[in-house]
Ligand binder design. Structure first.
Ligand code: NAG
Ligand code: NAG
Ligand code: NAG
Ligand code: NAG
Ligand code: NAG
Ligand code: NAG
Ligand code: NAG
Length: 766
């Protein structure tokens, strides 16, 4: 069974990687399109796109519904590959052609999304998106890359076992929504700018957050999700990505939701996406790679590939990342299973965005068409990658202030473990060649330590033959740093974990190292969490630092933080559950609220005691945060609704902007991440523990100084969602909760009558 699942995944990767590669811009001056409407910059994007697609024959419509599209040579429409990846930097993918050496052989490689998310630094995310889109344009202008990218991955990291949690901003839908908003804005060059920089893709719509749990896999899984959870959790990041950030594209997911595969589900693709979220006719839906093919050969949802193609197209999938559309839509039209106007609609949507990307416009008039190699891997891009790598590190334990380490006072530092010489390991997945990769070992040396190193053990092995050398190295040193945890050999696309304990014998080695009684720092890597309970309670484990996947400057960032050159300031973007969690709820249970068979998911609903809480993260200094002025004691619901701007959705209207002051009463200059939660007993039970409603990173607060930060909270953030998916403002008691653990609280009331602020569409009865 496991063997079969692996084979399926391998086949899928192969199909994806072997698609044709082709680039180049249409010639609107001398080519056959010159003087046609699509080249007329004074016309609207949709009129231009429609005029272009009207010229396509049925065969040309059919062949261009694949992601590897041949174009239309007789019209001078170039071939186009729309499968590009840029999860945290330009990544190896069918649509990016890295040179083997020299110019265009690499691009900036930022930390993995889970790591960047831990920084809670939205301005930096905006800047990351901007760097990536600049580098993408440089590749495009050299005919080495396309203009649309399958990023960001914003499925909430619901279960700690998920192999692709590393690709996401974590478990909290508000955090993921803000991540999407800022990252997409950086990628696309603004919120719905007239000229797009590149096109972003919100993925995967919807409810995709497992790979291969026992008994099923992502290609055939049916996620049973209540409308309440769909509205308030699973689609929250998509609401932001599609509606607020105006991403040009959405990817439908492999899984089914309540019986229908997402790429064949008119409720998801029409009612929710186009209807409720306002995904307009100038934006397109792409199927996850081979999801259309799998409608038949994995799911047997339809009798053959022809029906798979027709069902997907009719439901609202516009482009197939794969070849099932191109191979079968011709036959589907002949059999009257679909028609050419539906295909024309699909391509008009995609080409409307291509027009907004300037594809058919004179290059001389477009600043983005002037970007070249000199704008890739700039000093400021390198600095940003380093800054986010450091900001995303989370200090979980620091006994007796063993950190920061002093390079002058530390004689020898022993660096032990399977991440010691990590290079590409630091890049997580969906990465590409980077300008350099600074390993922890290189980072330690550059920081000025005299370093001895030993592997000790691998990520996931019972082999103890390296223990003796590791203990020997530790014994001869003054400080021991263990670098291990997870990597993509145990958490990956196609591979979930089955436990959240430290893999292999790493914990045995750490325990033996601890037995030496030397200062011992544990660097815990990986996108998923591990239960650190033993390390937390062991008095000889002096410090624990969580790192996701820190990217090209990982080693430098880690040692900048270990030595105090940069103070740690990241916060966990996920809950660190005790190991028993995985026995208490199957991965396939999509419910969030606690029940007899579920201890509750995420910090909002978990009824147990986490090893480390969502939002936890220590500092080298002593911060005292509090409300700068006493917030209001009550708000009238009807007045809030009446005062809300009419030109924006009601759930985006602001309840209030709270002023938080943070005083640095310690001795170290540091950033501070302000996290604001709300809890309530208003509306129907059960009530979540609390919910994140606002956050901000305050930069560089000096010793003895204070800084004030504004934290806006929307009506949507204090609303609660009913069983039909509608959000309501309920009168009753609320508390604002500042920081993790709680440092300040403020109670307020909502008064008046309960008021519905969103109108979730009715789901088809099953
Ligand atoms: C486009 O129109 C202009 C002006 O009418 C003409 O000079 C030019 O040859 C035309 N180009 C093509 C490719 O037909
Ligand atoms: C084709 O299908 C449509 C409905 O999708 C139907 O109205 C029409 O009669 C069919 N045409 C033929 C020739 O079967
Ligand atoms: C094509 O199919 C769609 C959806 O089934 C239908 O609404 C439309 O009328 C059809 N168009 C033509 C020209 O048959
Ligand atoms: C590489 O790019 C740089 C910066 O744009 C340029 O000066 C140089 O000529 C390029 N080298 C080659 C071999 O094209
Ligand atoms: C790490 O790399 C350095 C430099 O190449 C080497 O001396 C050291 O033995 C390596 N350590 C491990 C644990 O592989
Ligand atoms: C801690 O270190 C001391 C030596 O300093 C040792 O005696 C003790 O057993 C160690 N404790 C643990 C839990 O490893
Ligand atoms: C919010 O939680 C705190 C404890 O964490 C509690 O004291 C407070 O009463 C709660 N507020 C509401 C409105 O439930």
């Amino acid at each position: 069974m496991a063997r079969m699942r692996k084979a399926v995944w391998a086949a899928s990767v192969l199909a994806y990687a072997s698609q044709t590669l082709a680039f180049g811009f249409p010639d609107c001056v001398n080519g056959p399109l010159a003087n046609t409407t699509v080249c007329d910059t004074s016309d609207s994007p949709s009129a231009r796109a429609k005029a272009l697609i009207d010229m396509f024959t049925t065969d040309e419509l059919v062949s261009n519904t694949n992601s590897g599209a041949p174009g239309v040579p007789r019209l001078g429409v170039p071939a186009y590959q729309s499968a590009e990846e840029a999860l945290h930097g330009l990544a190896t993918s069918p649509g990016i052609n890295f040179a083997s050496s020299g110019n265009f052989s690499f691009a900036t490689s930022f930390p993995a999304p889970i790591h960047m998310s831990a920084a809670f630094d939205d301005l930096a995310l905006l800047a990351v998106g901007d760097v990536i889109s600049t580098e993408a344009r440089a590749f495009s202008n050299a005919n080495m890359g396309g203009l649309d990218y399958f990023t960001p991955n914003i499925n909430p990291f619901r279960d700690p076992r998920w192999g692709r949690g590393q690709e996401t901003p974590g478990e909290d839908p508000f955090r993921a929504a803000q991540y999407a908003l800022n990252y997409v804005q950086g990628l696309q060059g603004g919120i719905d700018p007239p000229q797009l920089k590149i096109a972003a893709t919100c993925k995967h719509l919807v409810g995709y957050d497992l790979e291969n749990p026992p008994g099923t896999n992502r290609f055939v899984f049916n996620a049973v999700i209540s409308q309440q959870d769909l509205a308030s959790y699973y689609t929250q990041p998509f609401q932001s990505c599609v509606r607020d950030a105006q991403a040009r594209s959405v990817m439908c997911s492999f899984n089914a939701v309540n019986g229908l595969p997402a790429c064949a589900d008119p409720f998801v693709l029409q009612t929710l996406l186009r209807g409720y979220l306002g995904f307009d006719e100038e934006r397109w839906v792409v199927a996850d790679c081979d999801a259309i093919e799998f409608l038949f050969d994995q799911r047997a949802f339809v009798p053959d590939f022809v029906h798979a193609a027709a069902v997907g197209m009719n439901a609202g999938t516009d482009i197939d990342c794969g070849t099932t559309f191109g191979d079968n839509l011709g036959a589907a039209i002949q059999m009257n299973l679909t028609n050419s106007s539906t295909l024309a609609r699909a391509l008009t949507r995609q080409y409307s965005s291509m027009i907004r990307l300037g594809y058919f416009d004179p290059p001389a008039s477009q600043p983005y068409r002037q970007i070249g190699w000199s704008e890739v891997n700039t000093a400021s891009a390198q600095q940003l990658a380093l800054e986010l790598a450091a900001e995303g590190l989370v200090l979980l334990k620091n006994l007796n202030d063993v950190l920061p380490l002093s390079t002058s006072k530390t004689g020898t530092l022993a660096l032990i473990g399977p991440w010691t010489n990590a290079t590409t390991q630091m890049q997580s997945n969906y990465a590409g060649p980077s300008p350099f990769l600074i390993s922890p070992f290189a980072g330690a040396q550059a920081a000025g330590f005299s370093v001895v190193s030993a592997l000790g053990t691998q990520i996931n092995t019972d082999d103890t033959s390296g223990f003796a050398a590791a203990l020997e190295a530790a014994m001869t040193s003054d400080v021991v740093v263990y670098a291990g945890g997870l990597d993509t050999s145990v958490e990956a696309e196609g591979m979930d974990r089955t436990t959240v304990t430290w893999p292999g014998n790493q914990l045995d080695l750490i325990t033996q190292l601890a037995g030496l009684g030397k200062p011992l720092v544990v660097l815990q890597f990986g996108g998923g969490q591990l239960d650190d309970v033993d390390l937390k309670s062991n008095p000889n484990v002096s410090a624990i630092v969580w790192s996701g996947y820190p990217g090209q400057s990982g080693g430098t960032a880690i040692f900048n933080v270990l030595t105090g050159q940069t103070a740690p300031s990241g916060r966990l973007p996920v809950t660190q559950y005790p190991a028993a969690y995985v026995e208490q709820v199957p991965m396939t249970d999509m419910t969030l609220r606690p029940s007899a068979s579920n201890p509750g998911r995420t910090y909002k609903w978990y009824t147990g005691v986490p090893t480390f809480e969502f939002g936890f993260g220590m500092s080298y200094t002593t911060f005292v945060p509090g409300f700068a002025s006493t917030p209001k004691a009550s708000y009238a619901i009807q007045a809030l609704v009446a005062a809300a701007p009419r030109d924006a959705p009601l759930d985006r209207a602001v309840l209030d902007t709270f002023q938080v002051e943070v005083q640095n009463k310690g001795a170290v200059k540091s950033d501070f991440v302000a996290l604001l939660f709300v809890n309530t007993t208003a509306g129907p039970p059960p009530f979540p523990n609390k919910e994140l409603v606002s956050y901000a990173r305050v930069k560089g607060v000096g010793p003895g100084s204070a800084a004030t930060v504004k934290l806006p909270v929307t009506l949507g953030s204090v609303a609660r969602t009913d069983e039909n998916g509608n959000a309501w403002l309920y009168p009753g008691d609320y508390s604002l909760i500042l920081d993790v653990p709680t440092r300040a609280m403020h109670s307020f009331r909502l008064t008046g009558t309960q008021t519905q602020i969103t109108h979730w569409p009715a789901a088809p009865s099953s």
